[in-house]
Each structure stands twice: as C-alpha cells, then as structure tokens.
Design a protein. Structure first.
Length: 154
C-alpha cells in the first residue's frame, strides 16, 4: 500500500531540506511516477547560464526518493530507504527550469518480494531530465538511482 502522496508533498521539503533550499516543487506524485521542477534561479546557474549539474543531480535524486517514499510507504515502519548508487548522463545543455520525471515499474513488486524472502532488495528508479513543454520539450539528461530498503533495527 502506497503512502499518501499529499503527505509526502507536504513533508518532503522538511525531510529533505535541500529541496526547499533549491526551491524544487512537485508537479505530479503517485506510486508509479514523480515529476518535480527545479526553477531557473540565477544563484544556481553554471558557467554557461544553465542550472548547475549539482542542482540537477539533486532534482533527479529527490524525485526518485519521493517516489520511493510513496511506493513503499506501508513498509516505512520496518525499513529505511537508501540510495546506494547513481549514474547521471547530461545529454544536452539545459537552460531555464528543469523537470525530473522519475518512474518505478515492476521493480517495486520484486523489491517487496525480495524483502519478504529475508534479503535486502536493490532496485533502480529511472529519471528523465527535460526542459520546456509540449513541442518545445527537450530531454537534457537521464539518471538511474539504485535504491535499497534496509531493515530497521529494533
């Protein structure tokens, strides 16, 4: 059972203060997909005028984390999610606001089954980075974050 997405939307900036620091906001959140937006803020731009790579990394990882919290919400009393690996690819120069769309498919069910078998699951969350909307939309990067669910000590 998923955690209430609205609860995550409200609490996430306090749980992950860097989200609030960068002004990252939610556009969509459910158990299959999370879309977050990094606004275009001059203090977070790089040497070519686009968002700094670190800000885009934070955006993408944050979207994946929010998705994990919602998707595995019913397990949070027993497990703590941790990212264990991340790979990011910058495909084109991003300019202006950047959107990160994180998706989680069948990997969620496999992770739960692995956890129920007594093993620590590892599963990927795929994130697409883009700028613009509609016909002006441009995919500027991608990221894969590998997550695990660690059993809490009692």
């Amino acid at each position: 059972m998923a955690l209430d997405p609205e609860l995550v939307r409200v609490q996430y900036p306090a749980m992950v203060p860097m989200v609030a620091t960068l002004g990252i906001g939610f556009e969509h959140l459910d158990a299959e997909r999370c879309t977050m937006l990094l606004p275009d803020n001059a203090p977070y731009r790089n040497h070519v005028g686009g968002p700094h790579a670190g800000a885009m990394w934070t955006l993408a990882e944050s979207a994946s984390g929010a998705l994990v919290f919602v998707s595995f919400g019913d397990l949070m009393a027993d497990v703590t999610p941790f990212p264990i690996d991340a790979t990011i690819r910058f495909l084109k120069v991003a300019m202006g606001p950047v959107t990160a769309t994180a998706t989680l498919g069948a990997e969620a069910a496999t992770a739960v089954a692995t956890l129920q078998s007594g093993k620590r699951p590892e599963f990927p969350v795929e994130i697409e980075l883009s700028t613009g909307t509609g016909e002006e939309r441009l995919v500027t990067g991608s990221m894969t974050v590998t997550w695990t669910l660690r059993l809490n000590r009692r």
